[in-house]
Design a protein around this ligand. Structure first.
Ligand SMILES: NC(=O)c1ccc[n+]([C@@H]2O[C@H](COP(=O)([O-])OP(=O)(O)OC[C@H]3O[C@@H](n4cnc5c(N)ncnc54)[C@H](OP(=O)(O)O)[C@@H]3O)[C@@H](O)[C@H]2O)c1
Length: 272
């Protein structure tokens, strides 16, 4: 399904909704006149209308009434109320794309009734700078065309991959929560740099650029992480000394355990 001539409605235009609107408009696949955003906050609606030239409404039902595609970008705990609110305006001709963590396609289908076509996505916060990683899964009634449409929307703010819905808990644990792991490692590196004698602003500048540069190198070189690691690790050198400590302290096991815990928590939260 091409996005051209489709009206896309964002229910909830906070961090993620706004990032998606910005990304979509930047691709020029959709014109501002084809986007409607709803948000509870009047100042956010004013900001969206002024900044992007989109229509910004308070009334979810009126917005969904005009929609071909409804993107659900409210917090998971707001979902029940929001679905009940716009249900009267729903029909099977409208595709629902949800980015709410832990809200299953089955729940959305059940609460909206009928044979609602739902695609569920798990994005991550680097979407805010156009470098997101999202995984998408379709519900019982969504078609491959619907997945393509959802990919076009999420693809405007990064990469997207397709998975079976049962794998979204693992995706949540890896790439959904993943930015936090990298931020933590960055913070730890800054503190370690200070402990090694650098002043804090300098340690911060070097650590942040190192994380950015390493990520960019991974993406742009297309090389395996292990191969890039070997390239900076000369025998008997400084990197080898550091990696030996990490291996002895079982950093790999810590990450494996941590991601397993996140996956388990995601399953508990989504009831899957
Ligand atoms: N941020 C992430 O890293 C991330 C990653 C993956 C998935 N997600 C998912 O993305 C979704 C949105 O997250 P976010 O960080 O963008 O949240 P957010 O900034 O809180 O955005 C949600 C927006 O929806 C508005 N809203 C609440 N109830 C509404 C209603 N009935 N009608 C219309 N708008 C309503 C909220 O207004 P108020 O502020 O007034 O409540 C808020 O502006 C969440 O479900 C989250 O699970 C987020």
């Amino acid at each position: 399904m091409s996005l051209q001539n489709k009206t896309i409605v964002f229910i909830g235009a906070g961090n993620m909704g706004e990032a998606l609107i910005r990304g979509l408009l930047a691709t020029k696949m959709v014109s501002p006149s084809r986007i409607i955003a709803t948000d509870l906050r009047a100042n956010q609606r004013e900001f969206l209308a002024k900044t992007f030239g989109v229509r910004a409404l308070e009334d979810n039902t009126a917005a969904v009434d005009a929609a071909d595609i409804v993107v659900l970008a409210v917090k998971p705990q707001q979902m029940g109320e929001v679905l009940a609110d716009f249900k009267p305006a729903m029909s099977e001709s409208k595709l629902v794309v949800s980015i709410a963590a832990g809200v299953t396609t089955a729940r959305i289908e059940r609460e909206l009734g009928g044979r609602t076509r739902v695609v569920r996505a798990m994005p991550n916060t680097p979407a805010l700078v156009g470098a997101g990683a999202a995984a998408l899964a379709k519900g019982a009634y969504a078609t491959d065309d619907d997945l393509v449409a959802a990919e076009s929307i999420l693809g405007a703010v990064g990469i997207s991959v397709r998975v079976e819905e049962k794998l979204l808990d693992a995706v949540t644990a890896l790439s959904g929560s993943g930015p936090a792991y990298v931020f933590l490692v960055t913070e730890v590196m800054i503190r370690a740099g200070v402990a090694a004698g650098l002043d804090e602003p300098l340690a911060k500048k070097l650590a942040i650029q190192t994380v950015y540069g390493a990520g960019k190198l991974l993406v742009e070189s297309g090389e395996e992480p292990a191969s890039l690691q070997r390239k900076v690790t000369s025998p008997g050198g400084t990197t080898e000394a550091a990696l030996k400590v990490m291996s002895e302290r079982k950093l790999g096991e810590i990450f494996t355990e941590a991601i397993k815990a996140a996956e388990k928590r995601s399953r508990e939260l989504s009831g899957s």
